[in-house]
Every structure is written in C-alpha cells, then in structure tokens.
Ligand binder design. Sequence first.
Ligand code: TXA
Ligand code: MG
Length: 317
Amino acid sequence: MSLARPILLPPDEAGIARAAEILREGGLVAFPTETVYGLGADATNDTAVARIFEAKGRPRFNPLIVHVADRAAAETIAEFGDTARRLADAFWPGPLTLVLPLKPGAGISPLVSAGLDSVAIRMPDHPLARKLLSTSGRPVAAPSANPSGKLSPTAAAHVVEGLDGRIEAVLDGGTCPVGLESTIVGLLPEPTLLRPGGLPAEAIEKCLGAPLAQHQGSDTPNAPGQLASHYAPDALMRLDAEKAQEGEVLLGFGALEGALNLSASGDLVEAAANLFHHLRALDSMGTGRIAVAPIPDHGLGRAINDRLRRAAAPRDG
Ligand code: TXA
Ligand code: MG
C-alpha cells in the first residue's frame, strides 16, 4: 500500500474518515497530537506495526505508545490500579503516558511492547487525534513521526520531509501546541519517571503526594530498547544456523525451513510481524534450544538481528 508521496489529508470529517479507513486497512497515517506528530498504525495488526519500524528505519524494536480515545478503551488494554486511575483522572487527556501491566488477551501486537508484559498507553488531548481514534475504533500504536535519530515533527510538513514515500497519509493539523513528547511514568508498580516531557514531573508528584522514583540504569530514558527487562525466551538461542542440531528447533527464514518460518518468501516486514509470536511458540515447545536461520542485515533485518542478539546474549541464572 506504499505511495510515492503521503497524501495530506485535510482536518475535516472527510480527512478523518479517510485516515481512519487507512488505519483499519493496515496502513500508516501520521496524525497530530498535542505533543508531536505520531506515526500511527493499528496496534492490533502485527504487519502494520512492523511497517512503523520499517518506515522509521529504526535499527531496533523500541516499544511503542498505544493511543486510545477514552478510558474505557485504555482499561481493556492495561491493568489500572488506584495510582494509575488517579493519574489518568487528573491528566488525561493530555501529555502523560502510563506504563502499566498489559492485559493478557487484549489483542495488542507483541511488537508494540517488544514482547514485554507491560504497555505504554496514553489518551492524547488533540481534537483531531481523538476524533481519529474514536472513528477508527482501534488502539493506535504511534512513535513520533520522524525517521530514526531525527527530531520529532511538530508540523505536517516535517513529517512529509522525513517520511516521504514510506507512509500512506498525513492528517494535517497544523502545529502541535506542546511541541515536546509526553512525560512517561511507569507504574510497575512503583511510580517512576521514565521520560520527562510535556507534563511537568512536579505536577505529577503533587497529584501523587509523593516524589517519583527516577529511572535507574545506564540507559537513557529515550532508549528503553536497551532495558534489561525485555522479553527473552527461556530457551538458549543459536543464531545464523544453517540447520537444527540435535535437541534444537529451527526458526526458519526464506528457503531455510524450520519448525516455524519467520517468512517463507523472505519478506522482512512479515518476519518482524512474526518474530515475537514465533519465539514464544518455539519457547513453549520446551526443547530448551532454538536455532535461528540467518536473517539479512538490512532494513527491518537489522532490528530483527538486534532483537535476536539480545535474546541470545549470555544471561544470569
Ligand atoms: O508524545 C509522545 O509520547 C509521542 C506522541 C506521538 O504520542 N510519542 C512518542 O513515542 O514520543 P516514541 O516512540 O518516540 O517514544 C516512546 C517511548 C520510548 O522511549 C519507548 O521506549 C517508551 O516510550 N516505552 C514504550 N513502551 C514501553 C514499555 N512497555 N516500557 C518502558 N518504556 C516504554
Ligand atoms: Mg521519538
């Protein structure tokens, strides 16, 4: 469904209807929020979410924020405890993202949360974003709508400049009022500031009546792709395998068939969409050893290989 140029959709009923339709068909639509433009895809569609990473040229699968129209939608996806409810009551809709336990069976693609059992979720405060979310009827996964490593876009023209030829459409909502990404607070369960952003941490602390814990570790908050908590299979992993050895199950790619194949046709978007599903499925077969066929190290293959290397890295215990 790729187009030479993204269509600029007008900020009216017809534009919103078309943007919602593209999302439901598995396409990518950039849309304005009060913080920055997001690059949206149906969060329940593995292939659509894989295409986000392809479009951004992200070398790794950082987990994405799920955007919802209302609290009811949010509560079907994430577990809300008392603290989460209090923060959502106070600051939603608005530039606050909550990282909460993911509800099993919520239907969110595992690629959205990089296989984690948590999910980042927010209700944006922008009339077009809210209308788009309610019209599409889908939770929408959206990172900032810029190529990896570039500045977050705060106008439709920035999006076109960066993602020309890689996405279906941009819903043109003018300039984003906040101009800075959302503040991210983790509640797993201790309230922790994961990323400072458009909502001042002081306002959150005032609402909680307690200071936020600060994100510890060597990672910068913007690179939780490196968080040690990422899903790793229980099985030992061997990469670049030409075939399974005794006691291994092979995760195939292209012509190299295995117990499961990431993509028989060698399509890296399809492979990314299948990655976490297949790893979990092979893991649950209980052989304890997974061999993985070589994956080309370009485009989405780089993100897949990054993820596989992390999964294969030596671990404690
Ligand atoms: O304002 C914003 O937040 C914008 C608009 C589009 O909503 N979005 C945005 O997304 O800034 P992105 O992908 O550029 O940043 C999302 C951040 C990343 O640092 C990611 O690692 C973190 O959220 N994140 C997502 N899910 C997470 C999780 N389960 N645990 C920890 N961090 C998570
Ligand atoms: Mg970003």
